[in-house]
Design a binder for this molecule. Sequence first.
Ligand code: CU
Length: 534
Amino acid sequence: MSRAGAGGFSRRAFLGVLGGAGLGVAGCRATDEVAGQLLRSGARLPRPFTVPLPIPDVARPVSPGRYEVTQRVAAAEILPGLRTEVWGYDGTFPGPTFELRRGEPVTVSVRNELPVPTSTHLHGGVTPPGSDGYPTDLVMPAGLTPRPAHPGEVHHPLVKEYRYPVGQRAATLWYHDHRMDFTAPQVWRGLAGMALVRDEEEDALPLPRGERELPLMICDRAFEEDGSFRYPQPFDAPSPGHAPPSGHDAHGVSGANGVTGTDGGHGRHGPPGGWGRLGGDYMEGVEGDVILVNGAPWPVAEVTATRYRLRLLNASNARRYLLRLTPGGRFTQIGSDSGLLAAPVAHDEIPISPGERYDVVVDFSAYPVGTAVTLVNALAGGPAGNVMRFVVTRRAPDDSRVPAVLSRPPQRPRPVVTRLFDFRATDGAWTINGQRYRPGVPLARPRLGTAEVWRLTGDFRHPVHVHLAHFQVLARNGRPPAATDAGWKDTVDVRPYEVVDVLVRFDGHRGTYMLHCHNLEHEDMAMMADFEVI
Ligand SMILES: [Cu+2]
């Protein structure tokens, strides 16, 4: 297929040779660890560590348990002096942070004032299927009623009410767009935010809190000369061969990203609608050259010489990071994707792939006052090698600590079956078990209340995300998992030709859910599958 250009596949072929030869990572890290193609900015970029770290607003309920969020176009100053048009929840990027409590259900009414359909997924949420952000369960902008492009596609005019029981343990969740074929460009434009679940178990711990608890959404972007987001898929061009359905011109949305995509086939019918324009070079995924934290480029935060809790989220489309502190320092991990660990684990470095979260404590009292402590990405050279900086400004009292026992996570249940899910490129698309995504055609039917071993393999770097069901990493290539694999998770990085066994438990709800690659370009290029909890 033409999209599978030589440029996009040469490195993968190379990796295939490596993997087949059974060579280790040592000595080829730079090649092996990178998961996308770099897209350079045209804009003048700011000096790192000059923009203050923003903290997203906390979402406010309009009444107890009810939130109303409007997705809309807005202008943001991301690069100093330039204007970036963002598509944001409440017009902000990141969107507002939701503060949720276990046992307190909420309804979030999402109103879509963007020019494109959307679907919102609470990543890590134990959510009923109707509110899980299924990719063809779409909130349509006013006046936009294209004919359905996928089997079973559902259109909600203007507003959808998402119901979240919040019956789960305290954890760092996030929410983002999940629209069929267009998740990558729509998240790139700004549709992502964080959601923190708290509970009594966590309340009882003497962890840093208040101003010493920082949500840190890390992602990369590229910018045009004028400050707008740069992305290889034109936002405003129809995809070839697909005329927009009639009637859109009157609403000013003709040709906007995604309206045409509703006409684009998927699965059996050929390449996804939006991807005809992307080209093989970016099939591996899109990486920007600007690292944003909470929407600010390489920001700086002043901290006291005390402990801080950092909720690290990799919200990038394709970029992986190996996070370290310079001039040295340790992360004390207290939580994983799905909640607190049983006991803290110390790390010198943290690998974080798209979709993953690490809840860590950093003790800045270990540094002399005046020290600049930089969070770096050891996987990248150049500008993307920096993430953000903390400057230790003064001493301060600190009654926080990290207890030796943090929580009592659920035990590992005994698995009833083992299933294989193989993530690889097949005939110019990203596939699971050789199949392009087919909505409504589940690849597995696990039973509610049971657990299964899912054996994950692939040809490339694929951060595998499972909706609804949380899992523990049992083994990598038959060996014990890494220290950074600890805890219950919902996303795991699968390396080329690696075999990752995870123990998945199916709790909470019956219905149709998905597993997919969280490299968003791979996801849009069909690397998704349904499973049905029965
Ligand atoms: Cu992938």
